[in-house]
Design a protein. Structure first.
Lengths: 718, 87
């Protein structure tokens, strides 16, 4: 089976090494260093630590720095291009955090001022600018985010779900990451010296890179994205596996995906953060993979570690390497650590490089490796078999709501009762050991409880190998507590525990440890559509024989939820919870099938939704019940979309507005999905839930997401 | 010294959220990190913050940290030796 190459048609980059491809390459060629003491924000204590701060990106109209960095990179990648991308995928961990921190410290309580806080607003801002009407996805897997975003885009293009994807990673410096990494004692006070014997840590940095990927033969492409591999250590929340087991597996998967062997690699772009643990673990993995490692270096001694941007920035650097043959030096290196058994490049080296391996690893044990090659380097018949395109089937279910866990939640909903409210987190975490949850606050406790419960509900012999989790707002308790203590102690005593817990992918990383799930571990975050994004990502990434866990979960936080989530804080009572599914591509003994039929921008209207669902005739034949999710903040737009959809589809199936029952929170759609699966599994739609309207027990159920984004999931038993 | 050890037990149970541990069950001489309590590197950093915040004692090198956090007794001794004297 042959795969059409995926081209890096164009790229944009803004980093401490400069703005644009030329400036970046010039800096790499001269071996210059972009690390200097922080000046972006004032500090209450101590001298500023060295960071990788970007000169720019210029003032923007009211947008956070992260968004402006991303727009600067996207602008370069889209330069001179008329056609909108079919999808936008962004890896980010900070979103509007830099600005939100200032607002929170000042005690600003106007939710409108936080409207760009959410991670998903970065992709939405880029999408709007370039008139994208397709999926706008956000992955937040800490320091591997940029690489994971590219891996998702690669899969979309290979499977024909898109022809052009604008994809990359971005993060701006902010207090959370500056003080957070410092509290973990991972910051080197003397700059950053990857692979050096005396390295003391990383330099927290910022930046953005966006690439335009296409599966259409592209005129003079920069490079080709040849393969990707994603794994999870399932070992520790913040420290890498000591022998680099997950890192090695990611590199091996990327090579297999590219259909090449280690000997084919001409240069390795290391993750090389400069922390003692990362560099040692990575060196061991590299040593295990290559009998005689090719030239290699880390550029983080020059750029610092730009977190979610790093994977994308280094993919662009790798593209420059295969295009121009300039291998970047390992800046900051004085004496190589003999324990690493590596010979990093000390000076820029001119050498033809056809294939480059680029590593990105992060908190939660998330590992992503990419293979980037020159023109024609994608093998026409790679060893890796490709995505079967089979549907996903649900084998286990879990839910949590104000009413309780799945049994109480479903009983309530089937009786037509409201289950909206805050989850009893002790109940959710009841099956988890005290040691497991000791350091976990509200969101991870709910997430682990859902994961445990979904796995117990499925065949216990089949443990999920991968985890896909959607969360609109992430770990709000940890985020709040970190900032609160930071401010209350005048920046003297930030909590390392809260920092590690505050990253969006922390719960999914904990789940991986609990389940021993060493496959892909992807956290998506797109406001009210985060669960749908997780399902989207799972469908893209999981193989034919793989069992995976897909979940959507959000916590209510009394201070932050009303500020961040525009649907919270009105008439609706505080609510949170979520749903979890064990899914695979195996139909046998499944509860039902789930298909994400449509994911697009709300601005595109409902016609593409109807088309995506198989047109009016298909919908009339298949659908017996519609569960409609209209976030309170998008009430008017959502109701209008629903009216148009029902008119265009000409279906008379009952419609339930599920947020009235489940509550106003970003992952309410995950609970609605569990309800749909439960109803299909029972073969009985239950009169009370439909307020007495008759429902065909064998029909499918459509779960719609409406508002700023339009989504459609169908649950049925074919 | 014994009072300080008892005080530290309560503090550790609190900041590390050791909900299933009784102060009476904590052995002052047992291995603190990587032992039965499940205390790891992140907890050590949290203890470093606590020691500085509550006792004014700074532990800023890994070598010192490894000695200091080897047991509750060594932690108490280090605090006692290094805390600023009340005037």
């Amino acid at each position: 089976m042959s795969i059409a190459p995926v081209y890096i048609a164009a790229a944009g980059i803004i980093s401490p090494l400069g703005n644009g491809l030329e400036a970046t390459e010039r800096s790499l060629a001269t071996g210059s260093c972009g690390i200097a003491p922080l000046s972006l924000f004032a500090l209450a204590q101590n001298d500023p630590l060295p960071v990788g701060q970007v000169d720019g990106p210029g003032d923007g109209p009211d947008l956070p720095r992260t968004h402006r960095l991303a727009l600067a990179a996207a602008g370069q990648a889209m330069q001179g291009r008329e056609s909108p991308p079919d999808a936008v995928i962004v890896g980010t961990t900070t979103g509007g955090m830099l600005e939100s921190e200032e607002l929170l410290r000042a005690g600003v309580l106007d939710g409108a001022r936080y409207r760009y806080h959410g991670l998903g607003t970065v992709a939405a801002t880029i999408g709007r600018k370039y008139h994208c009407t397709g999926p706008m996805l956000t992955v937040s897997t800490a320091c591997s985010s940029g690489a994971v975003a590219l891996a998702l885009a690669l899969s979309m293009l290979r499977t024909g779900k898109a022809e052009r994807v604008l994809v990359g990673g971005v993060d701006s410096l902010c207090r959370l990451t500056y003080f957070g990494f410092h509290s973990l004692q991972l910051v080197d006070r003397n700059g950053c010296h990857p692979l050096d014997k005396n390295r003391q840590g990383m330099a927290v940095a910022e930046g953005a890179a966006m690439v335009l990927l296409t599966n259409r033969p592209s005129e003079d492409p920069l490079a080709e994205l040849v393969g990707a591999g994603l794994t999870c250590d399932a070992h520790h929340s913040a420290a890498p596996h000591p022998r680099g087991a997950g890192a090695l597996a990611a590199m091996e998967l990327a090579l297999a995906d590219a259909g090449i062997s280690p000997e084919d690699i001409d240069y390795v772009n290391l993750h090389g953060t400069g922390t003692r643990e990362n560099d040692l673990a990575e060196a061991r993995a590299v040593g295990a993979l290559f009998r005689d490692p090719p030239p290699l270096s880390s550029i983080k001694g020059a750029t610092g570690h730009s977190l979610a941007a790093a994977g994308a920035i280094e993919a662009v650097v790798a593209s420059l390497v295969v295009r121009n043959g300039l291998l970047p030096p390992n800046i900051g290196l004085e004496r190589v650590d003999p324990d690493l058994h590596l010979r990093p490049l000390r000076k820029p080296e001119q050498k033809d490089a056809r294939l480059v391996l680029s590593n990105s690893f992060g908190f939660g044990g998330n590992n992503g490796s990419l293979v980037i090659g020159g023109p024609g380097s994608t093998p026409v018949d790679p060893a890796a078999p490709h995505r079967p395109g089979k549907d996903l089937y649900i084998h286990g279910l879990a839910a949590a709501s104000g009413a309780g866990m799945i049994t109480a939640t479903m009983e309530g909903l089937l009786a037509g009762r409201q289950v909206a409210g805050c989850v009893d987190v002790d109940l959710a975490a009841a099956a988890l050991g005290a040691k497991t949850i000791r350091r976990l606050k509200r969101l991870p406790r709910m997430a682990l409880g859902l994961a445990r419960s979904a796995c117990d509900d499925a065949d216990p012999a089949v443990a999920p190998a991968s985890v896909f989790m959607g969360t609109g707002w992430g770990a709000l308790s940890e985020t709040n507590d970190f900032l609160e203590r930071l401010f209350a102690t005048d920046e003297r005593f930030p909590s390392p525990t809260d920092f590690v817990g505050s990253v969006h992918n922390s719960p999914a990383g904990q789940i991986a440890i609990m389940l021993g799930a060493t496959g892909a571990n992807i956290t998506t975050s797109g406001g009210d559509y985060s669960f749908e994004q997780a399902l989207f990502a799972a469908d893209l990434m999981i193989g034919e024989d793989e069992t995976t866990l897909v979940l959507g979960v959000d916590e209510y936080h009394h201070h932050l939820s009303p500020l961040f989530d525009p649907s919270v804080g009105g008439d609706a009572a505080p609510a949170d919870g979520g749903g979890g599914f064990v899914v695979s591509r195996t139909r046998a003994s499944s509860r039902c099938r789930v298909r994400l039929l449509y994911y697009g921008a709300g601005s595109a209207g409902t016609e593409p939704l109807v088309g995506g669902c198989g047109g009016p005739a298909g919908l009339q034949n298949r659908i017996g019940l519609v569960l409609a999710g209209i976030p309170a903040a998008d009430q008017r737009q959502g109701e209008e979309q629903l009216r148009q959809f029902l008119a265009q589809a000409e279906i008379g199936a009952p419609v339930i507005r599920y947020r009235q029952l489940i509550g106003e929170f970003a992952s309410a759609s995950a609970v609605a999905a569990v309800l749909a699966a439960t109803l299909v599994d029972r073969g009985d739609a239950g009169d009370p839930v439909t307020m007495g309207q008759p429902v065909d027990p064998h029909a499918g159920i459509l779960v719609l997401g409406l508002g700023a984004t339009i989504t459609a999931m169908e649950f049925d038993r074919p | 010294m014994d009072n300080l050890i008892e005080e530290l037990k309560d503090k550790l149970i609190d900041i590390l959220n050791l909900t299933d541990v009784n102060p009476a069950d904590m052995d002052a001489d047992a291995r603190l990190v990587g032992g039965e309590l499940g205390i790891d590197s992140i907890d050590v950093l949290e203890m470093v913050v606590m020691v500085e915040k509550d006792y004014g004692v700074v532990i800023n090198s890994q070598e010192v940290g490894e000695k200091v956090f080897s047991s509750l007794r060594s932690l108490a001794a280090y605090i006692q030796e290094n805390r600023p004297r009340d005037t």
